[in-house]
Design a protein around this ligand. Sequence first.
Ligand code: CAA
Length: 378
Amino acid sequence: MSVGIDDIQIATGHHVLDMSLLAEARGIEPAKLSIGLGQLAMSVLAPDEDIVTMAAAAAAPIVERVDASRIRSVLVATESGVDQSKAAGVFVHRLLDLPSTTRVVELKQACYGGIAGVQLAADQVARRPDDLALVIATDVARYDLASAGEPTQGAGAVAMLVSANPRLVELDAVSGLHTFDVDDFWRPNDRTTALVDGHLSTSAYLDSLEGAWRDLVARGGRSLADVAHLLYHQPFTKMARKAHARLASLVDGEIGALDEASLDVGAQLGNAYSASLPGALAGLLESGDRSGDGVGMFSYGSGSVGEWMTGVVRADAGVHDAGVRRAIDGRVPLDVATYEQLHAEHSASSEDRTLPRVTTGPFRMAGVEGGARRYERV
Ligand code: CAA
């Protein structure tokens, strides 16, 4: 019996900001953003969107095409949680009319949580092969206006159905792990934007990649020289290029290709934190028939935890419509002044309010009532 990803879908925010507009407004050479960071645009949320509405939008098509009574776990990974106590997945569970016979929990470790969710779900279905587990990585990356991190903001959610004998990607049981304590990127409870030591974070990422690779090799995992496609967490896509170069310096002989379609997902959506690497996988599976190809995926969550996960695209997987093109092309462009206003108005407040309807997505946040967030299907 194999275990892995049976279905995958992406969703993002209502708006998009073109990077050339941001460069002009900040007096930055456009090539620094488009080439130096490898970013072309970033998704921006409408006021009535958040990680819950994106998560539900990503998961809805998956839930519609499966026997939902088999979904026994909903694991939502996020850095951008909306409540300190209640799991975001409980809101998603209601919006998707999932059965009450479901375990719902939230996972956090910066951008790594989504892959943690996939691994926990894979262990679950290995024990109980009739179970399905819904893993949703959903995040909005926010830095201070005019900071070095600002051009690396973004948003997105990726839902993955984990099952026995999956239709898309069979995951290997052996992976490579690397955890070490470092203050490279973090977000204290009283902040809505991240704190970051940018240059430390890029070197911590690469150290983590190397450490996790050494663990993968020591445990006899799949050789990264034998995989056709390599995918990386992409806080900005130049980071994936740096990661690929570091891996090439470690592995004897040729390594697989850095997948350009996956890079495009990151370049267009911006950093989607926990959803970034799953988004790269969605891009790979949508951009061509990868049946039978080996895949290596590196996830990095600042703070920090890194993991190399490997697998094989099922021999009869074909091309998978993961909703990537629709998500990228369906966004409404913003000018910089409106983006700055949305950024300033972003609120983690629990004060009661009613939100105007802006998003054209399938779910929205209606407001806050008695301190509790209210969501609705549009
Ligand atoms: N044309 C082409 N390239 C140019 C250029 C131009 N005109 N001007 C500058 N560049 C290049 C630079 O040479 C540099 O390239 P290299 O990295 O290859 O040397 C690149 O553009 C970036 O330039 P700087 O390093 O000067 O950029 P910066 O200091 O303004 O900020 C950053 C870069 C530190 C990554 C910043 O964007 C940041 O803090 N981002 C947020 C943190 C982050 O994403 N870290 C990634 C690792 S942590 C992680 O992965 C977890 C997570 O998701 C947050």
